[in-house]
Design a protein around this ligand. Structure first.
Ligand code: PSU
Ligand code: MN
Length: 300
């Protein structure tokens, strides 16, 4: 099993059974948000988690070490150039002593489970890519949700993915999908994809009770939180941007792990930066909801 180095604060919380919210590092690196929004996102998510009574625990591979919980002085290390580390890359990043392996959702969920952390917050989840019937491009995030006993909180998944198939995958994999005070699966920048969520929940206690009653010893659940109304973007405008970005990927042979960072960059450019504040707002909102859930789980 992987050897995880926790910060003192995270270790203390683990020992006392206190609430902890794990975070990924890809969204804060150059593969996720542009500077300086990435640093602001990190600060706001951490503040949201602390403000709701939980301990934030950023995950990353630094200098070949799997880390959970960073000292603020170390934050600059995750705001720059990164190598993307999905779950399967983590052992390689350790063996080869990568300077900075930026954890995706799948890596973060796996590391959370290894550390004994029950709740993880992110912005958007990876999923089944459009055209996956040909490319077989299905994010490892989905398998990780099915394989580790962790609650993941996200604003659904971006509309450049195949959202109906993403929901089908989660159903097949036995992952409960709970809509946070909302009936629809969110599409990241927009509150609704038009697809209903299988179940709606109103409170963190409901999530905690669902988590306590999962039927499998090591599978997780997904809580989908819609972006706050005031921060939502226009769906029609985004559709066009996504079509164009995906066509550009196809034309330039951009495939596999490179697709998501490429499309994210194009969305940022095409929406003239308006996608960035929206991304920050939803990530911060998710972090707060995740903290409430962690508090409810810790209260047992
Ligand atoms: N979706 C976003 N922003 C992101 C990602 C996804 O809106 O930064 C990142 C997350 O780290 C996610 C990863 O786990 O991309 C999924 O990549 P892939 O599609 O290659 O599995
Ligand atoms: Mn992929």
């Amino acid at each position: 099993m992987i050897d995880v180095r926790c910060s003192d604060e995270v270790r203390d919380a683990l020992e006392s059974g206190g609430p902890i919210v794990a975070m990924e590092s890809t969204i804060y690196s150059n593969l996720g948000l542009p500077a300086p929004a990435n640093g602001e996102a990190l600060d706001r998510c951490i503040a949201a988690i602390r403000g709701r009574g939980a301990v934030p625990a950023v995950t990353a591979v630094l200098d070949g070490q799997v880390r959970v919980g960073l000292d603020p002085a170390e934050h600059p290390l995750i705001l720059g150039d990164a190598r993307k580390a999905a779950e399967r890359d983590v052992p390689v990043a350790v063996a080869q002593r990568w300077d900075f392996g930026a954890t995706t959702v799948s890596a973060s969920v796996a590391i959370s489970a290894a550390a004994g952390i029950s709740v993880f917050a992110t912005g958007g989840l990876g999923g089944v890519h459009r055209g996956a019937e040909v490319t077989a491009d299905v994010s490892a995030d989905l398998d990780a949700l099915a394989s580790h006993r962790v609650v993941s909180v996200s604003a659904g998944a971006k509309a450049f993915l195949d959202l109906p198939r993403t929901l089908e995958y989660l159903e097949t994999a036995g992952v409960p999908v709970l809509g946070w005070q909302h009936d629809w699966f969110p599409a990241f920048y927009t509150r609704s994809s038009g697809l209903p969520v299988p179940h709606r929940v109103e409170t963190a206690d409901e999530v905690a009770r669902t988590f306590a009653n999962l039927t499998r010893p090591s599978s997780g659940l997904l809580v989908t939180v819609p972006i706050p109304e005031a921060d939502e973007l226009d769906a029609d405008e985004l559709d066009q941007v996504l079509e164009d970005a995906l066509a550009e990927c196809a034309a330039n042979g951009i495939v596999g792990a490179a697709v998501t960072p490429f499309v994210l960059e194009r969305i940022g450019q095409a929406t003239d930066g308006r996608s960035v504040p929206a991304n920050l707002a939803l990530a911060e909102n998710n972090a707060g909801v995740a903290a409430d859930i962690a508090v409810a789980i810790a209260a047992g």
